[in-house]
Design a protein around this ligand. Sequence first.
Ligand code: KIV
Ligand code: ZN
Length: 534
Amino acid sequence: MNDRQVRIFDTTLRDGEQCPGASMSAREKLEVARQLAVLGVDVIEAGFPVISQGDFDAVHAIAREVRGPVIAGLARCVPKDIDAAAAAVRPAGRRGRIHVFLATSKIHREFKLGKARREILRLAVEGVRRARDAVADVEFSPEDASRTEPDFLLQVCRAVVGAGATTVNIPDTVGYATPDEFGELIGYLHDNVPQFAAGDAIVSVHCHDDLGLAVANSLAAVRRGARQVECTINGIGERAGNAALEEIVMALRTRSDSFGHLTTGIRTRHLLKTSRLVSRLSGLAVQRNKAIVGENAFAHSSGIHQDGILKKRETYEIIDPREVGWGQTELPLTKHSGRHAVQARLKHLGFHLSDRDLDAIFARFKEIGDKKKFVYDDDLAALVEGRLDAVPQTWTLDYLGFSGGSRAIPTATVRLVRRSGEGGGGAETPLQEAGTGDGPVHAALRAIDRIVGLQGELLEYGLRAVSQGTDALGEVAIKVRFDGDHVVAGRASSTDIVEASALAYLNAVNRYLYTRTAVRSSAARDRAGRRSEP
Ligand code: KIV
Ligand code: ZN
């Protein structure tokens, strides 16, 4: 890689996943990682391995399966975190990176860590050395760098590079910086750490969007020597989010004249597809007017603009929409389409499925094809999502009937099948109940509660048409609270919105039951472990 190229470090699966409301299973994270590799990112931060077994497994699977980008795992500056990250990224071999972080600002030192500057320096150096013993590629982040005293920050950068860090990432952790000031800080560090200036170590930036300045701050830093930008698809992330990858990449490309003709390795035609995949799998909708990937990003409603566009596109468009993946819609599939056609389209959409998953999706595709004239790409993607949910299907819907009307009491009858045994694959018991409610959806959810013996409190309910036409699939995304304080997300789609709602609720029930069992068995293991301690 030459020094004219800005490395794109994608943290959708780590900082993006910290976004309130985001929830991805390990399988879903793997699909996103595969798509990020197709997009051409340089580094995928796949997770924070020490945080949970689920995070560890996801990073490990991505390191094993995804070819191309460097795979990074995050770690605090403590041995158990660093060792967990090293083990998780090991399958990536030489492409494995450990990203160690430790707060350096005065406010974090005094109130969070209770440590003096000297102690912080010692811990940072020890952490980097330990990580270097495991992998050759080590990144260090002084957390809250933008609020750290510049002289101390410089000292930290010099020390960690001396200890073997190959990248030093400067985070604007709380989104406090402004472009001029942040650019200035990066220039100061770049020019005063000999390894940065010589190109032997890389300065990276990681900006949060609390003041809506994450992209502007990142670009200001690039102007002053940063050669890695940390960002997320659709700008998702902690609180107001991180710098949006698609905006950084397209700003560098469209205004290359203004950024010293720097380049990135991103295949921009895959941006829209990646944005949609992340939005679907994370459950976080993209606002309509979002730059580059929002529904309205290239929609011209005023007559004057439309007229101008027809005469010459560039009158009102600074980017050719095809450059970022718009306008590549393929012909919709129909019930006559064969397994091969469905497989090829799924591949085009970025999904890599086993034969077993493909069989199940093809069966659902045929069911939908009988009800809808056309099956669009978005319909197909919605079918895949349900399948990527690795949670065992303890309860499945066997039958749903409902009635209502302006004068009738809405009533629903539900029959569910309970699958017992590991992974929900054992004996099947059908159970039936009826319920009434404020509407057919409410009635169906009450009937489900009676069967499964839970009382979920519906916190959020969202319905959207997945594709076009009156026969479009309706996708329901919900959040449900079970047993007081467990909030679980559920999603499903169907041509019938009451059925989609019942399926989404069952998805949440199955997720909750799965987590409850996992938590109970881990607590039992802990108790057993404590009993056997000397
Ligand atoms: O925002 C932040 O400071 C981070 C670090 C862990 C890099 O996410
Ligand atoms: Zn962050």
